[in-house]
Ligand binder design. Structure first.
Ligand code: ADE
Ligand code: ZN
Length: 339
């Protein structure tokens, strides 16, 4: 990557559509909260934590990610977590975000739903007012838990529907196909919520078909294994179904052996609405800019590619038409200064 491309990518206005707030918990904040809340961590210092972040598959990461989330206890903790992420967004010219949160991770530890959502929501509101970052919040169900548990979580969310735009599906993909949650997603849609779901990260392309058919998703999170199924590719291309791709996550979790093997630019050139996202930046080595840099270094991504990827995220986001126009105008102005 040339220094000119790097500087231009840093300044490019960006939209992030696949970010787990619990995955933005940096080791420094993890230690601070562990101390404050008297929570035991199996690490002695930040260096040890970073050394433990070596994964050979999704489950290796999830085990450590759920353990890290144990330090989040009070409403202020959830505020601080979200605010720290928004400050990173500000520093990286991310203008609109649609983060995920995993309430079941916290409910299982006796934390109230209100504690979690009120802390996150207050930070998102302040982010809009003080940083100019617009946002929409998405509540994810953990797919390794039961349909009944997800249904009970949706019931808890009902008094807070004004604070979330949709529901998603995350955690261990293999053995937990989307149809396990068909009824939960139908109920969410009845409540007026949009739907998204992780699929085709480790799981087969058939899971992506089921997300479209059964869960009626507006976006597929990851979706990179779609390239194994030509009929599915055709379906994604003709419908402009967005995929929220996470390049650094995919290489850290060995979905691709290294960045030169990643299929995001091939899919972009074939007409798929692919976008760039960071997934769990505190665990995978970087936020939005680092993901774009990794594509420039590993796949020879050009400024034209980057413009298309950023424009796709604006097309795919759940912001109002007015906000989408503002975001697109900002991106087009930036495009005029392309290196
Ligand atoms: N939860 C947090 N990050 C995830 C990922 N990449 N896949 C599935 N569940 C997740
Ligand atoms: Zn994810």
């Amino acid at each position: 990557m040339t220094p000119a491309l790097e500087a231009w990518l840093r300044k490019m206005p960006k939209v992030e559509l696949h970010l787990h707030l619990e995955g933005s918990l940096e080791p420094e904040l993890m230690f601070k909260l562990a101390q404050k809340n008297a929570i035991d961590l199996p690490f002695n210092n930040v260096e040890q934590v970073k050394q433990a972040y070596q994964f050979s598959q999704l489950q290796d990461f999830l085990d450590i990610y759920y353990q890290g989330a144990n330090v989040l206890v009070t409403e202020q903790d959830f505020f601080d977590l979200t605010w720290a992420y928004l400050l990173q967004c500000k520093a990286q010219n991310v203008r609109h975000v649609e983060p995920f949160f995993d309430p079941q991770t916290h409910l299982a530890r006796g934390i109230n739903f209100a504690t979690v959502i009120n802390g996150i929501h207050a930070a998102l509101l302040q982010g809009q007012q003080e940083l100019g970052i617009s946002s929409e919040l998405i509540m994810c169900f953990l797919r390794h838990l039961s349909e009944q548990d997800a249904m009970a979580t949706l019931a808890l969310a009902e008094p807070y529907l004004d604070k979330i735009i949709g529901v998603g599906l995350d955690s261990s993909e293999m053995g937990h196909p989307p149809e396990k949650f068909s009824r939960v997603f139908a109920k969410a849609r009845q409540l007026g919520l949009l739907t998204v779901a992780h699929a085709g990260e480790e799981g087969p392309a058939s899971y992506i078909h089921t997300c479209l058919d059964d869960l009626q998703v507006s976006r597929v999170d990851h979706g990179v294994r779609a390239s194994e199924d030509p009929d599915l590719m055709e379906r994604l291309i003709t419908s402009r179904m967005p995929l929220t791709v996470c390049p650094l996550s995919n290489t850290k979790l060995k979905v691709f052996s290294d960045m030169s093997q990643h299929n995001i630019l091939q899919m972009l050139e074939q007409g798929v609405c692919v976008t760039v996202n960071s997934d769990d930046p505190a665990y995978f080595g970087g936020y939005m800019n680092e993901n774009f840099f990794a594509l420039a270094n590993g796949l020879e991504m050009t400024a034209d590619h980057a413009m298309m990827l950023a424009a796709n995220a604006i097309e795919a986001c759940f912001a109002s038409g007015k906000r989408k126009s503002q975001l697109l105008l900002g991106l087009l102005k930036h495009g005029a200064a392309m290196p």
